[in-house]
Design a protein around this ligand. Structure first.
Ligand code: UDP
Ligand code: MG
Length: 316
């Protein structure tokens, strides 16, 4: 069998060489036939030069593709999966936060017949606030979303060929890969590993990006939030109707009541806020439809040493 390793890299010049060395050591020790599929996600540093150098003279085991600009990790994973030819594919980060040593265990589980083998990191060493927030988020998301999202489960996993083909058959533009992985199903196993710190370079996640990512998780997989808008609207209407009846009855008994502008103000502002929220929510879905209907490619290839995988003719 042949194993493909998919590695999205964005500004990872400080660590790709070390990654390459460590992964080769590990895979050689496992004596498995392998290929490394690097994706340079439009890095602004010397990542592409490093990848060229890593591939030079080793074209059989090292493929790389470089994007015309930064298209995001999800696009990088997609390109890597397209590039990969193996019977099993491992997706992992370039920064060695995904320990290569775990691949042996993944291979054992793959040979035992599983299609998706997920390595879940423990939240050890994370800031307490951050892990509490993620726990809260996942609990909320899982009550809303059709697919099951698990805390600590990232993109580090081994996929069988049929799982990869299933992912590649999903054409959507908005790729929330955590959700897609979970959506395809197949025989899935999870095991835990201890979280490691990045070897070099720095994280590309800022707090804002995390919030946006969380939003994607909520919205990418169903339209239940839209239904929430209907329910909220119904509840608000019912409350308003009951209030109207109460005010009318009171006015008939005690005469018209002039003070009460606070109630009015609260009602107007509250409802206004709710309407903005719901409009934004609807807009979010429409925005997604807009992007999907454009049918733009997920990424553009600038350079690759695996031109056939991408249907491009010019080679770097
Ligand atoms: N990455 C990418 N494109 C991006 C951002 C990140 O390909 O736009 C890659 C990055 O090079 C790394 C992996 O995704 O290999 C995870 O990124 P990072 O380590 O910054 O995330 P964290 O581990 O902090 O969640
Ligand atoms: Mg990282």
């Amino acid at each position: 069998m042949r194993l493909s390793i998919v590695v999205p890299c964005y500004n990872e010049e400080a660590v790709v060489d070390l990654f390459d060395q460590r992964i080769r050591e590990t895979l050689d020790a496992l004596s498995v036939d392998y290929e490394l599929c690097y994706v340079d996600d439009g890095s602004a540093d010397g990542t592409l030069e490093r990848l060229r150098a890593l591939a030079r003279g080793r074209e059989a085991s090292t493929r790389y593709v470089s994007f015309s600009r930064n298209f995001g990790k999800e696009a990088g994973i997609l390109a890597g999966l397209k590039e990969a030819t193996g019977d099993a594919v491992v997706v992992m980060d370039a920064d060695l936060q995904h320990p290569p040593e775990l691949i042996g265990r993944m291979l054992d589980l793959f040979r035992a017949g599983h299609d998706q083998i997920i390595a879940r990191r423990t939240r050890e060493g994370d800031k307490r606030l951050r892990s509490a927030l993620s726990r809260l988020y996942y609990r909320a998301v899982n009550t809303w979303v059709d697919v099951e999202l698990t805390d600590g489960v990232g993109d580090f996993r081994l996929l069988s060929r049929r799982a990869v083909d299933a992912l590649l058959a999903m054409p959507e533009y908005n790729r929330f890969s955590k959700g897609l992985f979970s959506w395809i199903g197949f025989d899935t196993v999870t095991f835990d590993y201890r979280n490691a710190a990045r070897e070099a370079g720095e994280t590309k996640w800022r707090f804002g990006a995390l919030v946006n990512y969380g939003m994607d998780g909520l919205i990418s997989f169903n339209n239940r939030p839209l239904r929430l808008a209907i329910y909220l609207g119904l509840i608000m209407s019912a409350v308003a109707a009951a209030y109207a009846v109460a005010v009318t009855v009171l006015a008939m008994i005690e005469g018209p009541d002039v003070p009460g502008y606070v109630t009015l103000l609260v009602a107007v502002v509250g409802l206004g806020g709710l309407q903005m929220l719901m409009l934004g929510l609807i807009g979010e879905y429409i925005g997604r439809i807009y992007y999907e209907t454009k049918r733009r490619p997920h990424f553009l290839v600038k350079e690759t040493n695996a031109p056939r995988a991408f249907g491009v003719t010019r080679q770097g």
